[in-house]
Design a protein around this ligand. Structure first.
Ligand SMILES: *Cc1c(COP(=O)(O)O)cnc(C)c1O
Length: 424
């Protein structure tokens, strides 16, 4: 009995740890390598080859709508990128072609077993007309990690970044040039084999569509109220919460509707008997606390397998740490000796206690769509925890970090994270 109990807890902790290290090390960036079924030798299948790109220009170009009328993710540009894959031929010819419905068999695995994953990143136009991407290598790394988790083919991320650039150049007149606007790119990978067996698909399709989007908060930051959700779980150890798989999102819609009925905008996803804070809707969660010595601590839960490794999360942590280490100071943040950054578990009890003791400084979510989303209230077990926000809706830590991050993204602040697509 003891042995069984011990080995199962060992197993659990291994799953936990291996999920974490898989994000760090298994970020496969290369083509699929398969074994020859006869000889057992490793054989490399063709990877994605940007030089083979075919371009079919639309003969019905649309007029981009007025920027002010854009609703997030409802308008798509004239073209899309498609790259087919099969287990016998590897990655096929990349094509930029008119945006159009896909032709798929009703038996395609994506419809039955959710063999689907996606990414989200933005192309920005700066004041000089230059178009840039923000840390696209991070999205490609994550896309490969997601693909490996559900036995979809992996690929060379640099090749897809090159093809993204080509696609953006074709449709760059769709990027609105007012500040805060951008072109949202949605790379997607699905299993397309026409067969009902549950197995790695022998056919897959990578495609990318583009949507012009406006600022998430056109009238300044509007803090949101969260519902500390104890009835549903978003992710669990050994599960798929750390991967951007389509299967993670449909179950959240009902939970979000129920939160909305109770008067909250989004779910605060909690995990386990101690109600560990994990994520905010589809954003990463951050809390800011002040300790008894007046040190301000920026806290986010660690990448332990239930947290989606957000690019914005990583960027906020990096900028905040560079400040805390005195490398690049951000105006407005507490001075380096009085500020620290932690990736550590944090529970609702800790947040509630900090609030009671007047030590809860702020709470916010991070993600590509909104960048930073401040929170002013958390409903938890029948009570509301109120969180301070400044007159602009933000707090003393999120404000300087947002200013720096959005400056880098828009191209106003030069930074290696900004990848040039085209100079004009
Ligand atoms: C996409 C996503 C995020 C944010 O990731 P970014 O790379 O910062 O956009 C956070 N949590 C979940 C569940 C997500 O799907």
């Amino acid at each position: 009995m003891t042995i069984i109990a011990r080995s199962s807890s060992l197993l659990r902790s291994t799953v936990f740890r291996s999920t974490r290290s898989s994000w760090l090390s298994q970020a496969r960036y290369n083509s699929s390598v398969t074994r020859d079924p006869m000889t057992g030798e490793f054989t490399s299948m063709p990877d994605i080859e940007p030089s083979k790109l075919q371009f079919v220009k639309t003969d019905k170009p649309k007029q981009p709508p007025a920027s002010s009328s854009l609703v997030f993710g409802h308008t798509f540009t004239d073209h899309m990128l498609t790259i087919p894959w099969s287990s016998s031929n590897g990655w096929g010819v990349p094509k930029i072609q008119p945006y159009a419905p896909l032709n798929l068999e009703p038996s395609a695995t994506v419809f039955h077993y959710a063999q689907a994953l996606f990414e989200g990143l933005k192309a920005y136009r700066d004041s000089k007309g230059r178009v840039t991407l923000f840390r696209p290598d991070m999205n490609m790394k994550r896309m490969n990690t997601s693909a490996a988790r559900i036995a979809l083919p992996t690929f060379n991320g640099d090749a897809v970044i090159e093809l993204l650039k080509q696609l953006i150049k074709v449709d760059k007149h769709w990027i609105p040039d007012q500040p805060g606007y951008s072109l949202y790119l949605r790379p997607t990978l699905i299993g397309t084999q026409a067969a009902l067996g549950i197995a790695p698909p022998t056919e897959a399709l990578l495609f990318v569509i583009c949507s012009p989007v406006g600022p998430y908060y056109p009238q300044g930051f509007k803090p949101v109220a969260l519902y500390g959700t104890t009835e549903y779980t978003r992710a669990c150890p050994g599960g798929i919460g750390a991967f951007k798989l389509g299967a993670n999102y449909a179950p959240g819609v009902v939970a979000q509707k129920e939160a909305a009925k109770k008067g909250y905008v989004q779910n605060l996803w909690l995990w386990g008997p101690d109600h560990h804070i994990t994520e905010v809707g589809t954003m990463n969660a951050f809390a800011v606390l002040k300790d008894a010595n007046g040190v301000t601590e920026l806290v986010t839960p660690p990448l332990d397998g239930v947290i989606l490794p957000g690019v914005t999360r990583d960027s906020v942590l990096t900028l905040a740490r560079e400040h805390a280490e005195g490398k690049t100071l951000l105006e407005g943040l507490p001075e380096p000796g009085k500020f620290k950054v932690s990736e550590r578990p944090i529970t609702m009890k800790e947040v509630k206690d900090a609030s009671k003791q007047g030590r809860l400084v702020e709470f916010f979510g991070t993600g590509t769509a909104a960048v930073i989303s401040p929170v002013d209230r958390i409903g938890y077990l029948g009570e509301d925890i109120h969180i301070p926000t400044g007159p602009d809706g933000m707090g003393p830590v999120s404000r300087p970090v947002w200013k720096q991050l959005s400056g880098i993204q828009s191209g106003a602040i030069p930074h290696p994270w900004s990848v040039v697509v085209t100079e004009e």
